[in-house]
Write a protein that binds this ligand. Sequence first.
Ligand SMILES: *Cc1c(COP(=O)(O)O)cnc(C)c1O
Length: 374
Amino acid sequence: MQKISEKIMVTKSFLPPFEEYSKEIEKIWETSWLTNMGPLHETFKKQLEKYLKVEYLTLATNGHLALEIGLKALDLPKGGEVITTPFTFASTTHAIVNSGLKPVFCDIETKTYNIDVEKIEELITDKTVAIMPVHVFGNPCNMKKIEAIAKKYRLKIFYDAAHAFGVEVEGKGIGTFGDISMFSLHATKVFNSIEGGVLAYNDLQLQKKLRLLKNFGITGPETVEAVGLNCKMNEFQAAMGVVNLRYIDEQIQKRKIVTDRYRKNLKEIKGIRYIEDLENVKHNYSYFPIIIDENIFGKTRDQLFDELKEYNIFTRKYFYPLITDFDCYKEEYGQIELPKAKYISNRVLTLPIYGDLAIELVDYICDAIKKIGE
Ligand SMILES: *Cc1c(COP(=O)(O)O)cnc(C)c1O
């Protein structure tokens, strides 16, 4: 097998034609309005509400700070327990901890790698205040069940929908479920505004609170009502968002073609498992994770990861290690039994995917995997 000379990275940030972006930011020079909810911010917000099919939304500098102001806006009592998943990006847990709350880790299920809804109830105590699930790789959690549990125990639901931009369930925007959802618009995500975060919710009361919290809690020249943060989306970010939104449908369509090709090619390789489309879900094809069963494939995930590099293919062990094994958390949480999360985390590999990834390269990646397994 001929090794290609270019490096194939796990993702490649989408950039629009330069002229389109420069035309959009030209307006900033006319007004000198760089940040603090300028005209591009307002335009982007309106366009996103429509695209994401949500009632209300608030824009932020990035997804992580959006999580933090979202948690603040829910007014959860300090020290309260938040049931969440260990199979996620550091941000989810950090947001809980930075908010003075305590993460309680629930194991995951092995079909979508999302929180196992059958295991949530046994973790509820009189201190539980919220559930913070993640739509991992853009695959929706079992939201009906989560909602039923939250209702029964009067808990808030905050979805980390960082991966789920544009995902719909039964024709509804995924951001309409739960009390709040957060979408990340980071450069490496399916849709970007360079950096950026979006909070979506159905309760208008939250809008006022979030507007305060993202701008230091300032309500007027001489009044500060809340201990806020600073996480406003600036005009350059909003401009990138406005322009990129023109391309998102095409990009998702192209990602679907890449995904279909991976599935077709990998179907023949024993010991490699991947997730199929789910019923009644409009997917965004944000990631292409595979699970390697070393007993059947013949090599471990780590061996595959290393050997793919020799073919100039750069994958990611996403998410590995589990949050509970991070240096900053392992002392307190490292001993929790999370057998399924551990199983998946030790065997998962996300393969390169982005809209402009050539089909020939997808074939090349699959050929390399096949060869390594032989
Ligand atoms: C990317 C990500 C975040 C954080 O979003 P940023 O925009 O990078 O701050 C939070 N949670 C998950 C699951 C993510 O993947």
